[in-house]
Design a protein around this ligand. Structure first.
Ligand SMILES: Cc1cc2nc3c(=O)[nH]c(=O)nc-3n(C[C@H](O)[C@H](O)[C@H](O)COP(=O)(O)OP(=O)(O)OC[C@H]3O[C@@H](n4cnc5c(N)ncnc54)[C@H](O)[C@@H]3O)c2cc1C
Length: 488
């Protein structure tokens, strides 16, 4: 009897990769069954961990030939189920492609492999006087490949821009296994911006195997403030006053009382007692500019009702301020057994109204919501708390979570700010886009991947099932298996 396509792929993968780079053992496969959105789980049929871009391209070529779906995975910290495996497919893990190939001080660039950890780029560039600006809170563990795929943001993206503003070129393995270069050393190239299409494409167009990123000069001066307010309304008013005055801080982050409580319990960050909200504000740049802006920022905070303004005097104090903010997601585990990290974006001016509406939603439903977010650019991360052991609590939390996205849309925002659509929010896409828009996006996708084998089932809803949430099952949907519904 002949081999099945998967058996053929396993045999070829074993010939291409070192022994520990091909995982077929069920217990070990289960290690990869989810990303950071752990309530969706699918065991992949096969996991491969290539050591070179050539090996990765050869695996993708085999997948194309055998028509086997594959999913790229960086560090698996995604929060939208983007690297959720395919039950009949291959998970291509990039964690061994971790070389920082070059740090080019003279033209402010670094060339890195996709599995390189975000913070390691900054660590490599700092001795040269530079750093890598996009800084997701997961920056100690997430990969540059994952950042490119999600167009990740972070606290410092308010002033410096998202991942897309820092990627200058990429090497990319298309769905037929071809290796292509997108972008380059020239500031612009003629024709369509294919690099721009790949950034944020969530692994649905192919796999990035090398990235050239822009480095930013380390600032002459950095000032970090921790400001306590009695309410999110007052903190929001301070944000508006700062931005309206034309000041663009490196970061403005907001945490509400529940998020502060969680961070305090976990990392003892010593935030102001009794605060209804805190702002973490960071100013950076030439010393004279920072000093002038600092005086204005303090004044705006006082005018809008800040009851405590602390300025970090040492690197340790600055570290502790940021530690509270950056550990907030994980810290919420201290005050709730389970939680959903939501990700939506709204115009900054709508912040007070939307925060009030979230509070009302929380009160009506009895589901607690902690808010910790990039206030400067309107990027919300409500943490919806629940206890899965309580019957119905998970469903109630999901309803509140969906309600928050609806609020974002009602206020002219979007269903994702930086975590991507993945498997989690595919069903929400029709709320933002008409069928024609989604079809047009599919045309772009099909130009790269006509057989739709690269990360299938992500971003796009299935036409007849688009109202439902995908992912809590293995393999094809029962309606699909019965031939009733079709996956486009
Ligand atoms: C505690 C915590 C805090 C976070 N904070 C932030 C934040 O502040 N800002 C933010 O934007 N995100 C944040 N995230 C989400 C997540 O860390 C980012 O989306 C990150 O970019 C994912 O990187 P990863 O390497 O873990 O990717 P994965 O989770 O492995 O994959 C994410 C997506 O990228 C695709 N992918 C991975 N590698 C490649 C590649 N080489 N080529 C093509 N596609 C690829 C995958 O298929 C998947 O669709 C946070 C997550 C956690 C757990």
């Amino acid at each position: 009897m002949g081999l099945t396509p998967l058996e053929t792929l396993i045999r070829r993968a074993r010939a291409l990769l070192p022994e520990d780079g091909v995982i077929t053992d069920h217990a070990r496969l289960r290690t990869y069954e989810c990303d950071g959105l752990a309530h969706y789980r699918v065991t992949p049929a096969l996991v491969v961990i290539p050591e070179t871009a050539e090996q990765l391209a050869a695996i993708v070529r085999c997948c194309a030939e055998l028509q086997i779906p594959y999913v790229a995975r960086g560090s698996g910290t995604g929060l939208s189920g983007g690297s959720l495996p395919h039950a009949e497919g291959v998970l291509v893990v990039t964690s061994r492609l971790r070389a920082i190939k070059e740090v080019r001080r003279e033209d402010q660039r670094a060339v890195v492999e996709p599995g390189v950890i975000n913070l390691d780029v900054t660590r490599a560039a700092t001795p040269e006087g530079y750093y890598y600006a996009p800084d997701p809170s997961s920056q100690q563990v997430c990969s540059i490949g994952g950042n490119v795929a999600e167009n990740s943001g972070g606290a410092h993206c308010l002033k410096y821009g998202f991942t897309t503003n820092h990627v200058l070129a990429a090497e990319f393995v298309a769905a037929d296994g071809d290796r292509v270069r997108l972008g380059g050393d020239a500031p612009d190239s003629p024709g369509y911006d294919l690099l721009g299409a790949v950034v944020g494409s969530e692994g649905t167009l192919g796999i990035v195997t090398e990235v050239t990123v822009r480095l930013v000069r380390l600032p002459e001066k950095v000032v970090t403030l921790l400001v306590g307010f009695d309410s999110t309304d007052r903190a929001g008013a301070a944000v508006s006053a700062i931005i309206a005055a034309g000041i663009v801080p490196a970061a403005i982050e907001m945490m509400d009382a529940l998020a502060i409580e969680a961070a305090e319990a976990a990392v003892h960050c010593n935030y102001p007692d009794g605060a209804g909200a805190v702002l973490v504000i960071e100013l950076d740049g030439p010393a004279a500019e920072v000093d002038a802006e600092y005086a204005d920022v303090v004044r705006f905070c006082e005018e809008t009702g800040a009851f405590e303004i602390r300025t970090a005097k040492t690197a340790e104090e600055r570290f502790l301020i940021w530690k509270g903010r950056k550990s907030a997601f994980a810290a919420v585990g201290r005050i709730s057994p389970d939680y959903i990290v939501q990700d939506g974006v709204i115009p900054r001016t709508a912040l007070p109204e939307v925060l009030r509406a979230i509070a009302e939603l929380s009160e009506r439903s009895g589901v607690r919501v902690a808010n910790v977010f990039h206030a400067g650019d309107g990027n919300l991360h409500p943490l919806v708390l629940f206890d899965d052991a309580v019957p119905g609590a998970g469903d109630a939390a999901e309803e509140v979570s969906r309600g928050i996205l609806d609020l974002c849309l009602q206020h002219g925002g979007s269903i994702t700010g930086e975590h991507g659509v993945g498997a989690d929010k595919a069903g929400h896409m029709p709320k933002m886009y008409a069928a024609d828009d989604l079809d047009t996006m599919q045309l772009v996708r099909c130009a790269f991947d006509p057989d739709r084998i690269s990360n299938p089932g992500k971003i796009f809803p299935t036409p007849r099932l688009c109202g439902e949430r995908p992912g809590r099952r293995q393999g094809a949907h029962p309606l699909q298996q019965a031939g009733v519904a079709e996956v486009f």
